[in-house]
Design a protein around this ligand. Structure first.
Ligand code: CAA
Length: 257
């Protein structure tokens, strides 16, 4: 399929999706989210893909949901169409997704990055939830995921003032996994994705699911869950291969990757 708002390519077992609406700083219109989900559906079904990277341009990962598209919406229209229900699908993907963020990640752009499994940031990245300046609030999970990521004090400050934070502050507050020089962002993201894609895919998917459980449940339940899926991995060929390869001092040859 030809996409208008994203560019896609695969490099080995890694899929790279580049948000591409340069005239609107990658504002996330409904068509872009539909194209993103279409591409992600394909990668989820493709056994040859082990990790996905989503990135934007040098200037903007994404400057938010598309304000022009939303401007004249009425409540019933918005409520019935529930466009952010489509966004939620990105956060429910089973294969790992890395957000490689340079420039602005604002509003829905920050929320999209937060739906990914982790964020690698260029030193030029700027994060924020400026919706309050538009007379609204974050609507694609920002008040929830940002708060879980950086804690109440900073999330509250960002959501109430609309202030942006730079990459260093984002790293200090736990929003991003790592900050790298802008020129190295894509290479670093691809390297991380290749590493992940070289592992046993069932183990990677279970690890993702298990870490995500930490946000959904109590510690006791989360540990019980982790224990179950840990034992479950002993039903896989890749567990035998991984441990045998360690003992034999060689590289593992995973079946599922
Ligand atoms: N929606 C639609 N268009 C947008 C946009 C957005 N979120 N962000 C930028 N654009 C457009 C601008 O309208 C402009 O288009 P024109 O050239 O046709 O006028 C173009 O992108 C370039 O933007 P600027 O001229 O404003 O660029 P700048 O460098 O001066 O400023 C910026 C950059 C600070 C990011 C500024 O564009 C900005 O503040 N953008 C809006 C950020 C925002 O409020 N995001 C939240 C959106 S609401 C939301 O996301 C809801 C939700 O929770 C899902």
């Amino acid at each position: 399929m030809d996409y208008e708002n994203i560019r896609v390519e695969t490099r080995g077992r890694v899929a790279l999706v580049t948000l591409h609406r340069p005239a609107a700083l990658n504002a996330l219109c409904n068509a872009l989210i539909a194209e993103l989900n279409h591409a992600l559906d394909g990668y989820e079904a493709d056994e040859g893909i082990g990790c996905i990277v989503i990135t934007g341009s040098e200037k903007a990962f994404a400057a938010g949901a598309d304000i022009r598209e939303m401007q004249d919406r009425t409540h019933p229209e918005f409520y019935m169409a529930d466009p952010f229900g489509e966004w939620d699908k990105v956060g429910r993907r089973r294969k790992p997704i890395i957000a490689a963020v340079a420039g602005y990640a604002l509003g829905g752009g920050c929320e999209l990055a937060l739906m990914c499994d982790f964020i690698l940031a260029a030193d030029t990245a700027r994060f924020g939830q400026p919706e309050i300046k538009l007379g609204v609030i974050p609507g694609a999970g920002g008040t929830q995921r940002l708060t879980r990521a950086v804690g109440k004090a900073k999330a509250m400050e960002l959501c109430l003032t609309g202030r942006m934070m730079d990459a260093a502050e984002a790293e200090r507050s736990g929003l991003v996994a790592r900050v790298v020089p802008a020129a190295e962002l894509l290479d670093e993201a691809m390297k991380a994705a290749e590493t992940i894609a070289s592992m046993s895919l069932p183990a990677v998917m279970v690890a993702k699911e298990s870490v995500d459980r930490a946000f959904e449940t109590t510690l006791t339940e989360g540990i019980r869950y982790e224990r179950r899926v840990f034992y479950g991995l002993f039903a896989t060929h890749d567990q035998k291969e991984g441990m045998t390869a360690f003992v034999e001092k060689r590289k593992p040859n995973f079946e599922n990757r």
